[in-house]
Design a protein around this ligand. Sequence first.
Ligand SMILES: Cc1cc2nc3c(=O)[nH]c(=O)nc-3n(C[C@H](O)[C@H](O)[C@H](O)COP(=O)(O)OP(=O)(O)OC[C@H]3O[C@@H](n4cnc5c(N)ncnc54)[C@H](O)[C@@H]3O)c2cc1C
Length: 544
Amino acid sequence: MKKLKMKIQGMTCKGCEGHIVEALEKIGAINVKASFHNGEAIFELPKDTDVELSKIAINNIKYQAGMIEEVSFNKNDSDDKIYDLIIIGSGAAAFSAAIKAIEYGATVAIVERGEVGGTCVNVGCIPSKTLLRAGEINQAAKSNPFIGLKTNAQKVDLATLVKQKDELVNELRSQKYINLIDEYGIDLVKGEARFINKTTIEVNDNRYIAKNYLIATGASSYIPKIHGLEFVDYLTSTTLLDLKETPRRLTVIGSGYIGLELGQLFHNLGSKVTIIQRGKQLLKDYDPEISDTVEKSLIEQGIELIKGVAYERIEQIGDIKKVYITVDGKNEIIESEQLLIATGRKPNTDTLNLSAADVNVGESNEIIIDDYGRTSNNKIYAAGDVTLGPQFVYVAAYEGGIVADNAIGGLNKKIDLSTVPAVTFTNPAIATVGLTEKEAKNIGYEVKTSVINLNLVPRAIVNRETTGIFKLVADTRTHRILGAHIVSENAGDVIYAALLAVKHGLTIENLIDSLAPYLTMAEGLKLAALAFDKDVSKLSCCAG
Ligand SMILES: Cc1cc2nc3c(=O)[nH]c(=O)nc-3n(C[C@H](O)[C@H](O)[C@H](O)COP(=O)(O)OP(=O)(O)OC[C@H]3O[C@@H](n4cnc5c(N)ncnc54)[C@H](O)[C@@H]3O)c2cc1C
């Protein structure tokens, strides 16, 4: 069955409610509740019955049927069922928790106010990475480093690329999320959840009760306060990925991983891109070698980067967006057809009414959790982006799993985020794991570091793309690898080996003693390990 809510005009009394119930039951609806006060009816229809039939049934008896929305697939609201776990949100954290909880034998409902699947599949990882790949291919066609290859790129048909991207998103959303709902017997409630008290939530005027809750409501684009911005048609990462035409010029405010990836994407598709940021150092949390290398590569590619900016105001004249900035005391105006705001993400907590459930939030309204994923109410857990931890889908999924282990499995598992790999899918990509040199020193390690440029890595040499770097940070005393930081093609793939080294306490010697396949970018890790004590430019082939 599908559960529907239809707006209806013309009902004035209890008698009208009866007519509506009768008309809808005639077309096979069950559990019909009509309310003349609310001007609506809520009812269930068999899945294969065309929703339009219900509108016709109402219009035929001289009431006016309005908007219809689906409020839940499964029936669970008005009965007295108490769930073991209700999860608010349906992204990676939610599904990971739901599946594990069901494997423990729990009854689980997921509440979702938007698209099932959350950020990653719908508006994040999947749509951005498939378009990034298209951009890379276009860029390689425009300029490749091999003098014998004559390639060129045609005008980009962005509308078709976006359509193809949407098809992929729909397919993966079904495969990885929607189909699993029935597969695992999860109840899906469509609508926005808010807490009524510590054990009850309300969704579309229906109340649901659970013994445990997981808040996995994710985050959305943070829009900074810049004078005039509210009157400008700016884009967020979500709306940018749906553009049908490549803008001639694109300004990107913000240079975190989303700003860099999407800025480079549109550069590759043919826009003139300017990325602006307040800070003086690009990627300020990274060691300076990494920031400098990324900056060099952006500039080599023709992307303009303006740092140390103070925003005066923003205005739109016609289609042109004008960003008025001051840099080093000088006034500048950056004009473009499109403006992307990529200044971070804010947790989705505004509508949850968390105070009713005694759930505490932090300064940015993120949900505060302890090492076990519990909030200040020990029956309510939170996981993923809503806690403002590392904003990656694998972190969200991992935390969701831990919550199921603790809330349902009765375990006392701690969340361990000591080795989280981070990848920015630019070209060259930026990948890091473990401690930076600065962090290691701040903690009190005596560190030694090894830095090699990509012009010492055979894979980069044969690719003819040598802007990049490998940096290893090790403990001087034990030689354990504490951190690895890479700017190279495929750095995101290489970092997994480095993650194993950092997580499992491998030493410089362990890396040196392991065979590295020639010609792979991962060989850079072994070369960087060798470079602690050797001049690797003097080696023969094969990092030997
Ligand atoms: C452009 C972009 C690219 C990205 N690329 C990558 C990448 O390549 N790799 C990577 O690891 N990560 C990437 N991320 C980050 C990743 O998408 C997120 O970290 C991850 O999806 C967070 O999952 P989550 O389960 O915490 O929340 P989400 O997936 O955001 O799910 C939260 C859900 O809760 C729903 N919701 C919110 N409030 C309510 C409410 N009151 N009632 C009911 N439902 C509610 C929302 O509608 C949403 O569907 C990217 C993000 C963006 C924006």
